[in-house]
Design a binder for this molecule. Structure first.
Ligand code: FES
Ligand SMILES: [Fe+2]
Length: 394
């Protein structure tokens, strides 16, 4: 890979790392495509723990789905032991992209080209006519050298994390600061109570902009009164506080008063150890690079980003409740629908904002922006993360 300075000005990245009063945001090059995108894919995605989906989207043993991480073809599957596994999606014979569509693998994943087949552990188990007609083995050909390549992965709160380059610290260590922070709301044993909503539990938004704008916007509550007047009526700007993880891996905001009003008189069950005195607290944290989380006394969501190109991002929203009943029963169906609609409308309100920021980046005079030293700290925190990670490769 060529030097960082060939893609983006190192001086400008240094300025991002200044104290907030003197810092600018990331320079335009970081949003406008070109060769910079390759650099970012390597250092901000392949070399990090990134989210590529949620485990509950693959319900049954053998369920498999293809996923492209900025062009890198992957297979996510549920193996015979009910464990989520991730493999590179390329046949070890001549490199056909093995899996094209989601499917349920019965015994083997068979390549359509010459019918080599792999089991759910990625092991090459069948190579028809490899040694000539009706000879499925060949002297000197060791099948065990041609298994699928597994990707290092970890499941946390239903998210599927991968570290493509296999170079990161262990996931447990990586996530520890956020886990610690949230242990007062849901000690680890309560985290297993989350259940993906059986209905009204998923939506997809498509943003015609760079993935980083979604994170930057998520980090701050400054825009609430103007972009989300509805939300701001029950979760007001003045009730918010900043979150800036150290070491720098996450940032966001919390509210002391999250108090939506739904019709029907029902309320969802709470996490059992959520502190009573802080019932109305909710926290919204972006875990870098590509996932935004929301936790509340009675529900949790994963809003994860699938960057497609420098100016197109898919935003996947998965919503969870506390226990099966809240997630599935008809008793809570109307509440689930109302909650879904609420989040769908809030996240949609942000779309035109972040797309407008993409447009603004075409301006040659824009210096990356000037932060409010009081309101924009978590957004600056994220910008610094990007700049520091890039600079550390220089
Ligand atoms: S490329 Fe897959 S079997 Fe030949
Ligand atoms: Fe917003």
């Amino acid at each position: 890979m060529e030097k960082l300075s060939n893609y983006v000005s190192v001086e400008k990245l240094d300025v991002v790392c200044n104290s907030i009063e003197k810092a600018h945001g990331l320079p335009n090059e970081c949003y406008l495509g070109g060769d910079y995108t390759k650099y970012e894919r390597k250092y901000l995605f392949e070399d990090k723990w990134v989210v590529i989906g949620v485990a509950s989207s693959l319900k049954n043993i053998g369920d498999a789905t293809p996923f492209n991480l900025l062009g890198i073809p992957l297979i996510i599957l549920r193996d015979k032991f009910n464990k989520i596994r991730v493999f590179h999606n390329v046949c070890s014979h001549r490199g056909y992209k093995l899996l094209q569509e989601p499917c349920r693998i019965k015994n083997a994943l068979r390549c359509p080209y010459h019918s080599w087949a792999y089991d759910l552990n990625g092991k090459l188990i069948s190579t028809p006519h490899l040694g000539g007609m009706d000879k499925n083995d060949a002297e000197g050909f060791d099948k065990s050298n041609s298994n699928l390549h597994e990707v290092r992965s970890h499941i946390w709160l239903d998210m599927i994390f991968v570290n493509i380059s296999n170079n990161q610290i262990p996931f447990e260590e990586y996530i520890n600061p956020l886990n610690q922070r949230w242990s007062k709301f849901w000690p680890e044993e309560d985290q297993s109570l989350i259940v993906h909503a059986g209905d009204s539990g998923y939506f997809l938004l498509e943003a015609k902009c760079n993935w980083k704008f979604a994170i930057e916007n998520y980090c701050e509550s400054y825009h609430l009164p103007w972009v989300h007047p509805g939300l701001n009526s029950y979760s007001k700007l003045e009730d918010h506080y900043h979150i800036q993880g150290l070491p720098n891996r996450f940032a966001g905001q919390g509210t002391l008063v999250y108090n939506p009003r739904f019709e029907g008189g029902e309320t969802f069950p709470n996490f059992p150890n959520w502190p009573k005195e802080n019932e109305k607290i909710a926290e919204y944290v972006a875990l870098f690079p590509n996932v935004m989380l929301g936790i509340h006394r009675d529900h949790y969501y994963v809003y994860w980003l699938e960057p497609i190109s420098h100016n197109f991002t898919k935003e996947h929203m998965d919503i969870y409740y506390v226990g099966e009943e809240a997630a599935y029963s008809s008793k809570f169906q109307s509440l689930r629908e109302q909650n879904y609609k609420q989040w769908h409308s809030i996240q949609s309100e942000d779309l035109s904002i972040i797309e407008g920021m993409q447009d603004g980046r075409q301006s040659p005079i824009f210096n990356g922006g000037n932060f409010s030293p009081i309101m924009d700290n978590p957004t600056h925190h994220f910008n610094k993360w990007v700049a520091q990670e890039l600079l550390s490769t220089y």
